[in-house]
Ligand binder design. Structure first.
Ligand SMILES: NC(=O)c1ccc[n+]([C@@H]2O[C@H](COP(=O)([O-])OP(=O)(O)OC[C@H]3O[C@@H](n4cnc5c(N)ncnc54)[C@H](OP(=O)(O)O)[C@@H]3O)[C@@H](O)[C@H]2O)c1
Length: 261
């Protein structure tokens, strides 16, 4: 299959760990010029060195904190003055866990800003370049909670639904410009985020981390956690020319865990 990704430019957010990092590595291997985005500059520099350059790809990074949308907006506007992007991976750290009945209003606002508002700023800033090229791939890393809310992730469940509906509405508007907008819904994926979730569950329930891990894995038809590279494969396909007629969908990558279609 010809993915035809060589010489495309991608802005990959949350690129210093987990799904974002694996996606940056996978896109670079297909010849994409990658701009990494995250908060930790040392980690950004280290991932930058790992990106494939065998096809003369040119990679760079941008330090940005998604808890500060106006700062992100300034930085991304500056970055797009010298470069237009074909691919945007909207991805950042997940909101902290907890029961929705106990969540503070400020937690919803913070998660809404970090996820929906930052995604929106990025799309609006990159949109003129995508329209000009007649090629755009907006890929949002959300969660299977879009289809089936997850216990103990009240704020996250709520904000993920908003992002999914924002995304579907955009897909309807932007399809005619050669731009697709799709969502990846990771199941339990072996990243720093999952390690934290397991630790918290173990603390709250008095079970060992191993017991929590086993219980989580036994609820997944595949009987194992996903690997970030398995998510990155889907990101790469959705970013490609080969996926040009896929628009406005949710792709669960969860080993079959979600019980709904
Ligand atoms: N792993 C799972 O099992 C799973 C399941 C369902 C959904 N998800 C969702 O998928 C997304 C990615 O998950 P992951 O497991 O890959 O997470 P991860 O391993 O924790 O990586 C998160 C990435 O986002 C960056 N980041 C975090 N907070 C940020 C902020 N305020 N501003 C800018 N960048 C920030 C981190 O880099 P810096 O620290 O350098 O900024 C890191 O590169 C999250 O929304 C997560 O909730 C994950």
């Amino acid at each position: 299959m010809n993915l035809n990704l060589k010489n495309k430019n991608a802005l990959v957010c949350g690129a210093t760990g987990g799904i974002g990092k694996a996606s940056a590595l996978a896109l670079a291997e297909e010849g994409v010029n990658v701009t990494l985005v995250a908060r930790n500059e040392d980690k950004l520099k280290s991932v930058l060195e790992e990106l494939d350059q065998n096809q003369n790809q040119s990679h760079t990074y941008l330090v940005a904190d998604f808890s500060n949308p106006s700062e992100l907006e300034n930085k991304i506007k500056e970055a797009t003055q010298s470069k237009a992007y074909h691919i945007l991976l909207n991805n950042t750290g997940g909101p902290p866990g907890g029961k929705i009945s106990e969540a503070k209003t400020q937690e919803f606002l913070a998660a809404f800003n970090q996820h929906l508002i930052c995604n929106h700023i990025l799309v609006q800033t990159l949109l003129p370049g995508m329209k000009e090229r007649g090629y755009g791939r907006v890929i949002n890393v959300i969660s299977t909670s879009v289809k089936q809310p997850l216990d103990g992730l009240g704020v996250s469940n709520t904000i993920r639904g908003a992002v999914a509906n924002w995304s579907k509405t955009l897909a309807n508007e932007l399809g005619e410009f050669g731009i697709t907008v799709n969502n990846i819904l990771p199941g339990a994926t072996a990243t720093g985020r999952l390690t934290e979730i397991i630790k918290n569950k173990a603390n709250k329930t008095g079970k060992t981390e191993e017991e929590v891990t086993q219980a989580m894995q036994s609820a997944i038809p595949a009987k194992r956690f996903g690997q970030p590279e398995e998510l990155a494969n889907v990101v790469t396909f959705l970013a490609s020319e080969a996926a040009g007629y896929i628009n406005g969908i949710n792709v669960p990558v969860d080993g079959g865990r979600t019980k709904s279609l």
